[in-house]
Design a protein around this ligand. Structure first.
Ligand code: GLU
Length: 390
């Protein structure tokens, strides 16, 4: 339906599509998937595949049970399984005369701006020579604190960095349902989501436990990241043969269709950070100032959470802890705890050195939905509230 107009497409495939519960490779499926990709390539599209499966294939090789793996062991298992995964994909893509390459990403590669730009350049160079980049998290290096942990959010960040038009999440669920379809016969597939609001998070939250690993919640978080970058996203069942054709033909899937984002590349990157290091709680006066397009000053900061350095990503929340936007802090958390609530004139004296007066400069800040773009009214603030956990 929508594919004709899309140039750059990121496709995420989950482990369960590559290997079944009996640890057998799903060869027939893989073959049909590669055929679909061939169709996309022939149509001139730029494709990135984000593939899970390193840990599952490592477990297969070592005859281990994935459920009982501890993180340190899973790092070694991933290192073994990643070559298995790439060998398998290379064999299948070579058969159809397509070239693939491997990129292993750690959280910092997308969250540090300079590194994100580097990753973008590598992807562009691979497109130029006709290769299909295959991305996975560098599970052998990542530890639990500095880990994406799921390839849904990783894929959305890759989509944002590569300026993709669409992210396709292929997994073992057919889309977002109003109830768990495995439990409720009358569950309805939601075919289009235009706005990711609290209600969408509520539905996902309710069904997550029932859907099993990864879950719907990380997929909605991925949709939110894509949305902020103006990138479409679709969740569809990957278990079906020719899964990409299926999206076009059956339309049995959920599309997330954001409005075109007016943000530039840097602001998109700020808005869709996956790991803000802290939070600044601001008062109503500051909210009104931000809505007029002003920078955030120390005087409007009520509270601070987390340990962060200058330049780190932070969330901006209101007094009820609803997330209003994101930004890059011009001060460390230690400095902000000393200057919060204070007039800008006093900052140099309190800190004992000369420094800027804005805690988050307006050019380093993005408000969700409306904060920075509409005229102030309590209703606007109400409407752009999002759960701070989201
Ligand atoms: N990176 C993990 C792997 O390759 C998968 C994470 C996920 O499935 O979301 O095994």
């Amino acid at each position: 339906m929508y594919f004709d107009k899309l140039n750059t497409i990121v496709i995420k495939i989950g482990s369960s599509l590559i290997i079944d519960e009996k640890k057998k490779i799903r060869s027939k499926w893989l073959d049909s998937f590669v055929k679909d990709i061939q169709g996309f390539k022939k149509a001139g599209k730029r494709i990135i595949i984000v593939s899970s499966g390193a840990i599952a294939l490592g477990c297969k090789k070592l005859n281990l049970d994935k459920k009982n793996l501890k993180i340190d062991k899973s790092q070694a298992v991933a290192s073994i399984g990643q070559i298995e995964l790439m060998n398998l994909l290379k064999k299948n893509f070579s058969k159809k005369k397509m070239d693939i390459s491997q990129i292993l990403i750690t959280l910092e590669d997308t969250e540090v701006r300079r590194r994100a730009i580097n990753a973008r350049r590598t992807l562009d160079n691979l497109f130029d020579i006709g290769f299909i980049p295959v991305v996975n998290e560098n599970d052998s290096i990542a530890t639990s604190e500095i880990k994406y942990g799921d390839n849904d959010r990783l894929a959305s960040r890759v989509a944002q960095i590569s300026n993709a038009d669409c992210l396709i999440l292929l997994s073992d669920v057919g889309g977002l349902y109003n109830k768990n379809p495995k439990v409720h016969k009358d569950a309805k597939l939601i075919k289009e989501v235009k706005k990711i609001d609290e209600n969408v998070f509520k539905i996902a939250n309710k069904t997550t436990g029932e859907y099993g690993s990864g879950g719907m919640l990380t997929k909605i978080e991925a949709a939110k990241i894509c949305g902020l970058a103006g990138c479409k996203m679709v969740i569809s069942s990957g278990l079906i043969l020719n899964p990409l054709k299926h999206i076009n033909l059956s339309k049995e899937c959920t599309w997330f269709l954001p409005e075109i984002s007016k943000l530039d590349a840097r602001k998109k990157w700020i808005a869709s950070s996956v790991s803000p290091k802290g939070e600044l709680m601001i008062d109503n006066g500051a909210i009104i100032a931000l809505k007029k397009g002003k920078s955030l000053l120390a005087a409007g900061i009520k509270n601070i959470k987390g340990n962060f350095d200058k330049g780190d990503h932070i969330k901006i929340v209101d007094e009820k802890n609803f997330e209003l936007g994101r930004g890059l802090s011009s001060f460390s958390s230690e400095e902000i705890s000393k200057i919060k609530g204070q007039h800008s004139d006093k900052i140099n004296k309190i800190l004992g050195y000369k420094t800027k007066s804005e805690v988050v400069h307006k050019d380093d800040m993005v408000g969700f939905n409306c904060l920075l773009y509409t005229s102030p009214s309590p209703r606007d603030v109400e409407e752009c509230r999002m759960p701070s956990s989201a």
